[in-house]
Design a protein around this ligand. Structure first.
Ligand SMILES: C[S@@+](CC[C@H](N)C(=O)[O-])C[C@H]1O[C@@H](n2cnc3c(N)ncnc32)[C@H](O)[C@@H]1O
Length: 248
């Protein structure tokens, strides 16, 4: 019952699109309830008040939601292979801010192949720890550089001009400053590089998405239509002008 209870908490209103994990959890809860002796089970109660409050701002997805986000059921609605296929090729460098536990990261790592790399940058160490474990299990750890970021910066100056794709899936609305984020993403792009933005429809209104796009435009990113993704508002961004030549 836990995911259902959490579904309604004001701290996680952006989870409306995660009904896949919810359905999975709800089905299991329902099955358990019909087992003989189920009525004798202790009922779920909220955690005791001594639980440490999360140090993350309320808009940031709680770490345990990461487990729902990597549910295999999600692939039926948001297939990472189909979504990344047109954008990720062998040998590329992909920057993925806010990867969570790596629903898209592993697919990106498969696609860049042994000659490419994926830099996954998240503010939550628990998300990154799970991502690393999953990468090891998938035999992809050598292609994935999982880094902890501070909330207000990606800290990726070392990637300036090197990134072929920035993948920002369901994370821009959690940032304190979208303008700074897009400026950093823009600086990281290699010539011809792209930023793929997807935001959860419903939680992010079309008007809020347009504001996000305006912040991207101010950072020097030009917008093109994004791919069709279930319950998502999407866009693909490119540098409006080539980056200035070194020393100019
Ligand atoms: C809703 S989850 C999406 C995870 C993943 N992209 C997916 O679609 O499965 C948002 C992620 O962004 C991360 N995040 C939030 N603020 C961030 C920031 N300032 N810098 C980097 N990551 C951040 C959260 O920790 C979380 O892992």
């Amino acid at each position: 019952m836990l995911p259902i209870a959490c579904w309604t908490t004001p701290s996680a209103p952006h989870l409306g699109h995660l009904f896949v994990g919810w359905v999975g959890a709800g089905t299991w809860t329902g099955m358990r309830a019909s087992l003989p002796g189920a009525h004798r089970e202790r009922r779920w109660r909220p955690p005791p008040a001594r639980c440490k409050p999360s140090p993350m701002p309320e808009r940031v997805c709680p770490w345990w939601i990461g487990y729902l986000l990597v549910s295999p059921l999600r692939k039926f609605l948001q297939d990472p292979g189909a979504i990344l296929g047109p954008y990720v090729r062998a040998g590329m460098t992909v920057l993925e801010p806010g990867p969570g536990m790596g629903f898209f990261t592993l697919e990106a790592a498969r696609r860049v192949g042994p000659g490419g790399r994926v830099i996954a940058v998240d503010v939550q160490p628990r998300m990154l720890a799970a991502l690393r474990r999953r990468a090891v299990r998938a035999g992809l750890a050598g292609r994935i550089d999982a880094r902890e970021a501070r909330p207000d910066t990606l800290d990726v100056e070392d990637l300036a001009g090197k990134v072929d794709l920035v993948l920002a899936f369901a994370m821009v609305h959690e940032l304190p400053d979208a303008g700074r984020f897009f400026a950093e993403a823009r600086a990281a792009l290699a010539p011809g590089g792209k930023v793929l933005v997807a935001e959860p429809a419903g939680h992010v209104t079309p008007a809020a998405f347009e504001e996000t796009m305006a912040a991207a435009a101010r950072a020097g990113l030009r917008r093109a239509p994004g791919p069709k993704v279930w319950r998502s508002l999407t866009a693909v961004l490119e540098a409006a002008e080539p980056p200035p030549a070194p020393g100019s």
